[in-house]
Design a protein around this ligand. Structure first.
Ligand code: HEM
Length: 391
């Protein structure tokens, strides 16, 4: 048996051999110490996401067996099951359709390009702070309508929230404090936009109606905090992890440099190989049987997306990093009810980021030790020193 703990620092260095062992030997494993069941094969992870009422999202982040949702939790759709989830989701879906998102491309490119301008002359950069952290923060802040001066504070708070997140442990006090700081600030911003509406998502949320009524203050805050966190951390880590992957596989990078039309497929492969969300937490509302193992109602389960993405039962030659892979049925944006709202935006940001990076600094190297983010859910990096010759 292995003592699988999503918070283990040793696991974060290289989780993939552990995932392989789980899939092959313990596709359903219970860790009594942290009261967590871990499910690691593609078909089983997929099946869990197909049943949102059995694999419930309402107690994500709460200890296993907790009976009530705490009153202090913000009403966020990511923490809700249908039908309440679907009503909230319908309010924002139209702001994130592929067509609406495609309109952002020129602005995303301008931001990416300005960030590269900021360091290219130096021949080196620290990718996290110079590029992969600010890019999605600026994009989502502009969409929501957050003043430029406050973005850095948001990035810090959202990193604190994800660092503390994950099933079976983690310091939720830090996350709670960070959430409070963000909520207090956002309440001020909503008050300001109520007086003077702008053409941004926060103003649109103030106008939105749910069953003929306006959103409550907690609902408004829940939306804004969710979009800020979900829109920030995942995309940052995708870009950082992908740069390290490309530095380690110069042959694959050369393919993208020679044929930028391949970058969208490359992005899907980055997502598959280094899923920024390693797994999603759920609580069972009924007994289930997975791989012949009964998991009782009330259990907390972790659906390991990143392991599903490398399951040879569904993905051909999964340990090979192939930027031209097609089809690529990774589960990194989840599936079904909670399929990532920002998938089109994340794909756009990552494609544009790599179009610009590979055009302007096609020959980069990792020039020193990287610093890993330790979180129970998010796979990512906090420091990535790069050096390069410019194109
Ligand atoms: C590479 C980038 C991204 C990845 C890998 C990613 C991944 C995910 C995953 C796995 C979920 C499902 C969570 C669950 O079921 O518990 C999710 C949900 C969500 N994501 Fe993303 N995400 C990314 C970028 C974004 C961006 C840019 C936004 C910004 C708008 C965003 C907004 C959301 C929201 C609001 C949800 C909740 C959807 C719901 O409950 O219906 N994500 N994302």
């Amino acid at each position: 048996m292995i003592d699988f703990d999503p918070f283990s620092h040793a696991l974060h260095d290289d989780p993939y051999p552990v995932y392989e062992q789980l899939r092959d030997e313990f596709p359903v494993i219970h860790n009594p110490r942290i009261q967590l069941w871990v499910i690691s094969r593609y078909d089983d992870v997929y099946e869990g996401m197909r049943q949102p009422l059995v694999y419930s999202s309402e107690r994500i982040g709460m200890p296993a067996g907790a009976s009530e949702r705490t009153a202090t939790r913000a009403p966020m759709m990511i923490l809700m099951d249908p039908p309440a989830h679907d009503d909230l989701r319908a309010l924002v879906n139209r702001s994130f359709t592929p067509r609406r998102i495609a309109e952002l491309e020129p602005r995303v490119r301008a931001i990416a390009s300005e960030l590269i301008d900021g360091f290219i002359e130096r021949g080196e950069c620290e990718l996290f702070s110079d590029f992969s952290a600010p890019l999605p923060t600026i994009v989502i802040s502009e969409l929501l309508g957050i003043p430029a001066a406050d973005r850095e504070m948001f990035k810090e708070q959202s990193t604190a929230v994800v660092a503390a997140s994950g099933p079976g442990g983690g310091s939720s006090e830090d996350a709670a404090r960070a959430n409070q700081i963000m909520a207090a600030y956002l309440a001020e911003q909503f008050a300001e936009k109520r007086k003077r509406p702008r053409d941004d998502l926060m103003s649109a949320l103030l106008e939105a109606e749910l069953d003929g009524r306006r959103l409550t203050e907690p609902e408004l805050l829940g939306f804004a905090v969710l979009l800020l966190i979900a829109g920030n951390e995942t995309t940052t880590n995708l870009v950082s992890s992908a740069c390290v992957l490309l530095a380690e596989h110069p042959d694959q990078r050369a393919r993208l440099v020679a044929d930028p039309g391949l970058i969208p497929r490359g992005v899907e492969e980055f997502l598959r190989c280094e899923s920024p969300v390693q797994g999603i937490e759920r609580d069972l509302t009924a007994d289930v049987v997975v791989q012949g193992e009964k998991i009782p109602a009330g259990s907390k389960v972790f659906l390991l997306l990143a392991s599903a993405n490398r399951d040879p039962r569904r993905i051909a030659d999964p340990e090979r990093f192939d930027v031209g892979r097609h089809p690529n049925r990774h589960l990194s944006f989840a599936f079904g009810t909670h399929f990532c709202l920002g998938a089109s935006l994340a794909r756009l940001e990552a494609r544009v980021a790599f179009e610009e990076i590979l055009r302007r600094l096609p020959e980069f190297r990792v020039s020193g030790p990287v610093k890993r983010l330790h979180s129970g859910v998010i796979r990512g990096l906090l420091e990535v020193p790069l050096e390069f010759e410019t194109a």
